[in-house]
Design a protein around this ligand. Structure first.
Ligand SMILES: NC(=O)c1ccc[n+]([C@@H]2O[C@H](COP(=O)([O-])OP(=O)(O)OC[C@H]3O[C@@H](n4cnc5c(N)ncnc54)[C@H](O)[C@@H]3O)[C@@H](O)[C@H]2O)c1
Length: 385
């Protein structure tokens, strides 16, 4: 199959910039896409970060310390931007105005104002494709749940629970980094860091909370500053959001949790949906397994747990019996972005990456959650534009 090449520049060559490089290098894993990314330029304020790309990716020609120079590079069609949250608004706006397509990292602006600036730039350039990174819905078990929701299997929804839990911050000797500071990570704290992952599917399903009561916790108050002293941790470590969803057709409670300090959880993303006709759950803790419970009135209530086959949105060379992992979900997300960029409304499959509207929805929820924490009250969320 002749493949269209999309020439990418990466701004922010840290943890996530490298994950994209790895996915692009493994593109032959995908069997049925008519498009492929080629990384031609990189930019990072830290020269050691770009050096890794120069050493490992022969197609990289442009190496920049100032992102504006990358945006002037005519060989760059699209940009992956993975920088600290305080830089999202300025960089995403400039990328969009430069006419480069963008996969931007969450939370898509450090706060609601920053997010609105990105939305305004997008309004000026509707020709530019802009999507927000969120890879976990590409796990096969999550894709199975997407299919069940789309098929309307659940009957009346009783309750939804979704979360993303980490535990590396349980160790108080872990040095501070930009994710623990309000100036770089934002007042949202763990919600900005983890919340888009949690809200992606609920918002895709149209489950917009009409109110939220938030319980936010700060658990470790200071950490080594890397210079022999201690520095204050300014951001929320954990968040529990009790949401009330009203879709017009149904009303149900939805519990969302984002935790940087959840003992025993390395990178656990999960969604559980209980319904009167069908219940289902998937967690990356057991990445092969997806559970479902069909129910007929008076019938048995039995969970069915299957090993989900290695089958995500895009077909691959890997056989169905093998395991799917984090880097596979990143590859699938990139396939969706490139597919949409090349084929727009004629994508190979229908599950697209998180949209700017979904990212904006997550900001409404986080902003209301901060207000709820401040007042101790349940806060109504206005979804009118
Ligand atoms: N999708 C996911 O699963 C996931 C996971 C982790 C982080 N993230 C997101 O990715 C983004 C980056 O996080 P990370 O963990 O890769 O951070 P990181 O600290 O590993 O990398 C950020 C990079 O940005 C560079 N940088 C800082 N200022 C810059 C500037 N002005 N111009 C160019 N480069 C600059 C830094 O030098 C660093 O190399 C954040 O938005 C974060 O929320 C997403």
């Amino acid at each position: 199959m002749a493949k269209k090449t999309i020439r990418f520049g990466i701004i922010g060559c840290g943890l996530m910039g490298k994950e994209f490089a790895s996915a692009a290098a493994r593109w032959l894993h995908l069997t049925n896409v008519n498009v492929e990314p080629q990384i031609v330029a990189v930019c990072d304020a830290n020269p050691a970060a770009t050096a890794w790309f120069q050493q490992n990716i022969p197609s990289v020609k442009g190496v920049y310390a100032d992102y504006r120079e990358l945006l002037e590079d005519p060989d760059v069609d699209a940009v992956y931007c993975a920088v600290p949250h305080n830089l999202h608004a300025q960089l995403y706006v400039d990328i969009i105005r430069a006419g480069k397509h963008l996969l931007g990292e969450k939370p898509f602006g450090i706060d609601a104002d920053a997010n609105a600036k990105i939305a305004a730039a997008l309004g000026e350039r509707p020709d530019v494709l802009v999507r927000c990174s969120s890879e976990f819905p590409f796990f096969p078990g999550a894709q199975q749940i997407v299919q069940w929701v789309n098929e309307g299997r659940f009957g009346r929804i009783i309750e939804v629970e979704a979360g993303f839990w980490h535990s590396s911050d349980l160790d108080p000797t872990k040095p501070i980094n930009w994710k623990r500071r309000i100036g770089t990570n934002g007042e949202y704290g763990c919600m900005g860091d983890l919340g888009m992952h949690v809200l992606h599917l609920p918002l895709r399903f149209g489950w917009q909370p009409r109110s939220v009561r938030a319980l936010l916790s700060q658990i470790v108050s200071e950490r080594p500053d890397g210079k022999g002293g201690e520095a204050p941790c300014e951001t929320w470590d954990n968040a529990i959001l009790a949401c009330d969803v009203d879709t017009g057709a149904q009303q149900f409670p939805m519990m969302l949790s984002m935790k940087r300090i959840a003992p025993g959880h390395a990178n656990t993303w999960f969604i559980r949906i209980q319904g009167t006709a069908f219940s289902a759950e998937f967690t990356t803790k057991n990445p092969k397994q997806v559970a479902s419970l069909p129910y007929e009135p008076g019938g048995p209530q039995a969970w069915h747990v299957i090993d989900a086959p290695y089958r995500s949105a895009y077909e691959t060379i890997t056989g169905g019996i093998f395991e799917f992992g984090f880097s596979d979900s990143i590859l699938q997300m990139w396939a969706a972005f490139c597919d949409e960029l090349a084929n727009r409304d004629s994508m190979t499959q229908p599950f697209r990456c998180a949209t700017p509207a979904e990212a904006a929805g997550s900001h409404r929820v986080f902003t209301a959650a901060l207000a709820s924490q401040r007042t101790g009250e349940t806060v109504t969320i206005d979804w009118r534009d």
